[in-house]
Design a protein around this ligand. Structure first.
Ligand code: CMC
Length: 426
């Protein structure tokens, strides 16, 4: 088999190497294309562009596969914890018991945030979206913890700080938004239980750790932990390529995740399902709107750039929803609407022809609602879960001796050289 591709242009043929991944994926390496031919490639939305070579996450959009460092996400969701999965993604291998204990201790040791950061929260207008606040606060961490990033030990410290403090900042913002007393992290609690305690404990009603909730949160965050070169991860890599500090790169990732086509979809799904409920459960109108080319409305929580089959994360999320709601004896009418909507869409020719299936966000909001997380915080929950992936991807690029500044090109279609006309002569 050829290990190069040929391109013929203006009578000349050029050979470009073909790169092969461990799962058989192939790419044409076009890094010398412009130098050889004067041509660049044009690929809006980067749908056909590989931006890096990576050994972190493998996904197959056709087969519905998602694996972190080779391990299927289904196995991790069943057996692992979010902390262990974060270690796996960032360090490349599963930790030994000692390594995991050390990592958990480090996370706990770094869970407090500087008291002065609480003052920032008071100055955001009441209606601020928690994602905007989180992005700003994570960027601000750099001012409070301004270590160098070049020494390995310092990088590890920054990584644990980010994982631990971002979770504390998120819970803190929720408490402050309600005008309630901030609950501090506890060193005796593991990562997920600690978060739930910071969210729901209060001086008048102590929070009792619920094992089912802790398991559900572990699964929720494991499912969101990485997803190769998606919009926010690409943002982290691109911003990081300018050699900015890790806090700023992660802050950019949080901002990118906020959008409703990306992580913000989990909030948008619940808003859509609530609208359907308010309109007496009228699903047909929503389906009609989603299919109408003249209507910008899309069925939120459906479709994916890579998955052309059922998102493997959505399958696990749907099962988790059923399990948690049953355990808590919650009857959420939005779950019934979601299931009905899914059934109608999956049997509709438009959705079949366009390969549109539920993605991770379709059921995740229902799980978060059952856990008592307010809708405005849903994308923040996604962001905490995605931290290990962003960090692992940033680290992988920073460790690459060929790490280059991200700087795409363009095809210019504006005016050609134009004379300046003084203002009085226009
Ligand atoms: N509802 C109705 N039509 C859709 C939808 C949808 N949710 N998604 C895609 N389409 C149609 C689209 O109109 C287009 O039709 P046509 O070819 O006839 O013009 C075709 O499918 C391809 O759409 P596209 O926008 O070119 O596809 P994309 O790969 O650029 O978009 C997407 C992927 C996720 C942005 C899109 O499916 C979407 O907007 N979904 C709703 C938002 C959502 O749920 N986002 C969460 C994604 S998963 C979480 C994450 O990892 O970010």
């Amino acid at each position: 088999m050829d290990n190069y591709a040929k391109i013929t242009y203006e009578g000349k043929t050029y050979k470009l190497p073909v790169v092969k991944g461990s799962e058989g994926e192939k790419a044409i390496d076009i890094s010398t294309l412009r130098q050889k031919t004067g041509l660049i490639t044009l690929d809006p939305g980067f749908a056909n562009t590989g931006s890096c070579i990576s050994s972190i996450t493998f996904m197959s959009g056709e087969k519905g596969i998602l694996r972190y460092r080779g391990i299927p996400v289904e196995e991790l969701a069943r057996h692992s914890t979010f902390t262990e999965t974060a270690y796996l993604l960032i360090n490349g291998v599963l930790p030994t018991r000692n390594e995991l204990n050390r990592f958990s201790v480090l996370l706990n040791d770094n869970s407090l945030v500087h008291e002065d950061m609480q003052i920032f929260y008071q100055n955001f207008p009441r209606a601020s979206h928690p994602m905007g606040i989180l992005s700003s606060m994570v960027n601000a961490l750099r001012s409070f913890y301004p270590e160098l990033q070049t020494v390995e030990e310092e990088i590890n410290k920054t990584v644990t700080r980010l994982l631990s403090k971002t979770r504390t900042l998120a819970a803190m913002s929720y408490k402050i938004s309600r005008g309630h007393k901030v609950i501090y992290p506890r060193t005796d609690l593991p990562y997920c239980a600690n978060f739930l305690n910071m969210m729901f404990d209060s001086p008048v009603k102590p929070y009792r750790i619920n094992r089912d909730m802790v398991k559900a949160l572990n699964v929720f965050w494991i499912l969101h932990a990485d997803h190769e070169q998606n919009c926010s991860t690409s943002a982290v890599r691109v911003v990081g390529s300018g050699r900015v500090n890790l806090y700023a790169a992660i802050s950019a990732g949080i901002a990118a995740l906020w959008g409703p086509l990306h992580g913000g979809a989990n909030q948008a799904v619940i808003e859509m399902l609530s609208d359907i409920a308010k309109n007496g459960g009228d699903i047909d109108t929503v389906i009609k709107k989603a299919k109408d080319k003249n209507d910008p409305f899309r069925l939120m929580g459906f479709g994916h750039r890579v998955y052309k089959t059922y998102d493997p994360r959505a399958k696990i999320m749907k099962k988790m929803c059923d399990k948690v709601l049953k355990k808590l004896k919650i009857n959420d009418p939005l779950l019934d609407i979601a299931k009905k909507l899914e059934e109608i869409a999956l049997n509709d020719n438009y959705f079949i022809d366009h390969n549109l299936y539920p993605n991770v966000d379709f059921y995740s909001g229902i799980l978060l609602r059952a856990m008592g997380i307010p809708t405005k915080m849903f994308t923040v929950m996604f962001a905490i879960g995605r931290l290990p992936g962003w960090i692992a991807q940033w680290k992988e690029s920073a460790d690459d001796p060929k790490w280059r500044l991200s700087r795409p090109r363009q095809i210019y279609t504006g005016p050609t050289k134009t004379k300046y006309i003084p203002i009085d002569e226009r």
